[in-house]
Ligand binder design. Structure first.
Ligand SMILES: [Zn+2]
Length: 324
């Protein structure tokens, strides 16, 4: 039955360590405003940023999943920035969601699947990987450009090989990013993922390499060009129903090389805005209004994609890839 489950495979856990998880949230300027905005449009008061955010957020989220077309979601931890020698940089980055937070929530709620996050340069990276495998992790998520990870670094061979042997896919952010501070923009390049792919890891390029703003480099064509060479390479269409990242959404549907490699993810709590899909004539006004007024952001994102023509398998495909 798991094989036919509809899964949103890209949902962020957000927390402030209020329950003693060890996590933290450090928001300044634009990022603080953005976080408050995201929470308010989900119906969570911005004051939750100072309160017991983990609990408020996870209980709100599980209700959204139950009220949506999705059977489950992959809930993502968020690793800290590290130097290439493995030194954690607590002074950089905007949040830390420890793996135990998502492993614990996945145990508590059957709707949640644990997406852990481990910087492969950590001195305890392999031990942490084993611990997460035992805890039931279904994938490993990282943001190379924001967490300072060069996936092509040959020192990470044993880490990638262990992931491949365990059947744990890598979900790696590709393309620009505007909700988390960037440490090294060059690490947004999907071509750096050739090394984990060659080590046998199933790799999902989050956002299919698309740019996030007008001045970002766009790597969509680089990602597409890698698909024939690597049958273990996929891409997710998370955050693509948006004002800034939607340019290639229809290409994901139309490019014959991409067919069969696209996975549904929402990137919740990133706002779901379908205005440009309508303004570009991809959907009509009635469809736009019907979808945009759906109050549940998880469902709104999925319905926009269905309206564009993404098939049912876009949401069920992940079930065959995630570690069980
Ligand atoms: Zn994301």
């Amino acid at each position: 039955m798991f094989q036919s489950r509809r899964i949103d495979m890209h949902v962020h856990m957000v927390g402030n360590g209020g329950e003693g998880s060890g996590g933290w949230l450090r928001l300044k300027g634009w990022h603080r405003w953005l976080a408050g905005f995201m929470l308010r449009q989900l119906g969570v008061p911005a004051s939750a940023l100072e309160g017991d955010l983990e609990q408020i957020y996870s209980e709100h989220l599980v209700e959204l999943v139950r009220a949506s077309s999705m059977d489950s979601i992959v809930l993502l931890a968020h690793e800290r920035v590290h130097d290439p020698d493995g030194t954690p940089r607590e002074d950089l980055g905007s949040m830390f969601v420890p793996n135990d937070v998502v492993l614990g929530l996945a145990e508590k709620f059957p709707e949640f699947l644990a997406g852990v996050s481990i910087h492969p340069a950590r001195t305890d990276a392999l031990d942490e990987l084993e611990r997460c495998l035992e805890g039931g992790a279904v994938l490993m998520k990282c943001l190379p450009n924001c967490q300072n990870i060069d996936p092509s670094d040959r020192r990470y061979r044993s880490f990638w090989e262990r992931m491949a042997a365990a059947g744990l896919p890598l979900l790696a952010h590709t393309g620009g990013e505007h909700t988390v501070p960037i440490i090294n923009p060059a690490l947004a390049d999907p071509k750096l993922l050739r090394f984990p792919l060659e080590c046998g890891v199933t790799v999902i390029a989050a956002h299919c390499g698309t740019g996030s703003g007008a001045f970002d480099r766009d790597y969509f064509d680089d990602w597409v060009a890698m698909l024939p060479e690597f049958p273990n390479l996929y891409g997710d269409i998370s955050a693509l129903v948006s004002l800034n990242r939607c340019a290639h959404l229809r290409d994901c549907l139309r490019d014959p090389k991409a067919a069969g490699r696209i996975l549904h993810g929402s990137d919740f709590p990133v706002p779901v805005l379908g205005h440009r899909l309508w303004l570009q004539g991809w959907i009509d006004r009635t469809t736009f209004r019907r979808c945009q007024k759906i109050g549940n952001p998880l469902e709104r994102d999925w319905q926009f994609k269905r309206a564009l023509g993404f098939p049912e398998e876009t949401a069920t495909r992940a079930a065959g890839l995630l570690r069980r």
